[in-house]
Design a binder for this molecule. Sequence first.
Ligand code: NAD
Ligand code: DAU
Length: 340
Amino acid sequence: MVITVTGGAGFIGSNFIFHMMKKYPDYRIICLDKLTYAGNLSTLDAVKDNKNFRFVKADICDREAVYKLFEEEKPDILVNFAAESHVDRSIENPDVFLQTNIMGTAVLADACRKYGIKRYHQVSTDEVYGDLPLDRPDLLFTEKTPIHASSPYSSSKAAADLLVLAYNRTYQLPVTVSRCSNNYGPYQFPEKLIPLMIANALNDKPLPVYGEGINVRDWLYVEDHCTAVDLVIHKGRVGEVYNIGGHNEMRNIDIVKLICKELGKSESLIKYVEDRKGHDMRYAIDPTKIHDELGWLPETKFEDGIKKTIGWYLENKTWWETIISGEYRSYYNKMYGSKC
Ligand code: NAD
Ligand code: DAU
């Protein structure tokens, strides 16, 4: 089995590569990644010398490079994690989100069509459903919830979902789509809530909480997302969408206070700052379909996962300190400089 993983030098893609190489040592895994600010080759150090692994630096929008890879490797499955993934950056500069998340997906889908892939899997997000009200805990996103995206990021992801599902209907491309809730765990870029708060707390810097901090996210340990995608690509039904989430809704402020507590830092570091534009209030996934059809259940409880994650950031300071000293520093100053 040959699997191409696009975006495999990022947070979830790299964890997925580790999961697959451990579970299926005979599979050949090809990682195609442009190495944007969010991609880090050193993340893949543990697998880079494995004879069944190959890394290719390329842009998913580069048709020639993508087709060349297909000619060379003839993958059976493509799992597309490659994306611009940070909502705040999409609000500042939507262009690159439209380019990578929509046009890049189109190139990959065309390549899969041209070279006869057995499965194209699109890694999507619960954000395509928009948001839910705080005062209706009974409401959850199901696969039938209408698409109602709020940000340039989520609308670009929604467009990509619609495109690959249209390729299934029009060209019978064997696609599946998964829509997951917020992930946390090792190797997450420290611009996202949990690693940002860990890094800032460790450096005794302000912890910028948007608005009142009452927005709710549904957190899933990254390894549980990987096991779900593994099941969908092997057993999921072609043309179907699968929601992935572990019923773990938490308010942002409670997460930040928990991180302070775990690190022995004072809550006085918390700074309430201007809210995100169009900020989604609440996400909550109904994972009944993937559970009933494929038997998936998350394994990591949040209280264990957050301890593991904090432990990982404590043990791997070089990984994130290197990252926050580069391009990220000017991004951080631009986004937070006047706020904190
Ligand atoms: P990330 O930003 O950490 O990683 C993205 C990776 O894609 C990076 O390695 C980057 O270099 C690569 N990339 C970006 N543009 C590229 C291009 N044009 N060509 C090739 N490679 C390119 O993202 P992540 O958090 O790991 O998310 C991975 C996927 O999962 C995304 O599609 C995202 O929408 C989706 N998702 C993320 C979450 C989450 O909580 N992080 C939840 C649900 C779904
Ligand atoms: O739901 C899945 C999505 O989760 C993925 O599709 C996205 O790729 C991923 O980035 C994530 O999006 P969010 O916008 O939910 O994640 P983020 O970590 O940026 O923010 C989580 C919450 O924390 C959100 O309500 C905004 C808030 N926040 C975030 C940052 C960066 C703050 O209060 N302060 C901050 O500095």
